[in-house]
Ligand binder design. Sequence first.
Ligand code: ADP
Ligand code: MG
Length: 284
Amino acid sequence: MFQQGMVGLESVQTIMKEENSFNKIPSLPAKESKDLFATGLEVRNLHYHYSGQEQATLENIQFRILPGQTIGILGRIGSGKTTLVNCLNRYLAVEDQQIWIGGRDINSLSNSDLRRSIRTVTQDPFLFSDTVTNNISFGKQEDEAGVIDLEQLLYECALDEEVQRFPLQEKTMVGEKGIMLSGGQKQRISLARAMLTPCDLLILDNVLSAVDAETESFLLKQILRKQHAQSLLIVSHRAKSMEKADWILILEDGKIVDQGTHAELLERPGYYQETWMLQNEMAN
Ligand SMILES: Nc1ncnc2c1ncn2[C@@H]1O[C@H](COP(=O)(O)OP(=O)(O)O)[C@@H](O)[C@H]1O
Ligand SMILES: [Mg+2]
């Protein structure tokens, strides 16, 4: 047991040390932090290679997200979408000179500046064994401005009716020590958490795929009102989620193989057109 404990401790120390390299970066002065996203996000020649994998998972990825824009990324399962998202929010370490936010290399930003600017709702959200309310509001600082009310947020995330049916409504415990939630409910709670305070770029990684088509279009409508974020990155394997985006990237085997507006992509033969037709036929 002692040996196992020591191995565990070593792993923890490795992780703590790893994080320290970013923890040491001082945060920007308030004004610069606030204006961080002024010129948006730029990805230039991004490569990502998981250690132990034979091939690179992402190759030569280039695109920009300007303030106010909604960008869609469509690709089949395994095409590298989540890997790309995890590079953008620095869950994965990327080399310098590949990703910039407001002209600053992502690796030069402190954790708090980065997390304030870019917020991600992942495809496997983590919920604490706590109440619905606490799961949504745990990231909120007491003095943070722009906090909207929870009831409104539950409505926008299509959770209001379901939460009303929980035994103690929003005070209901969820997770291990409470009621079990469906994948879709977890994702919507995690969406509500991300929308609690404003950010510059909200990334949704397959968030809308666990709900039915009607709920998906309701959620998209709420999110696209952009009350909570100036820019959006919507990642999905469903073409329908891309329809309202200003610009759509098609990811295949870790490369961007096509891009354009919904109308452009729908017109030319290719993955988008095929996927759109197939998925819309299935829905009808
Ligand atoms: N932690 C990891 N270690 C090694 N390979 C991974 C890891 N995560 C994903 N991959 C591989 O990278 C590729 C892209 O996966 P992913 O980014 O999850 O795609 P998507 O989100 O489009 O489904 C897959 O071949 C997957 O097996
Ligand atoms: Mg994924």
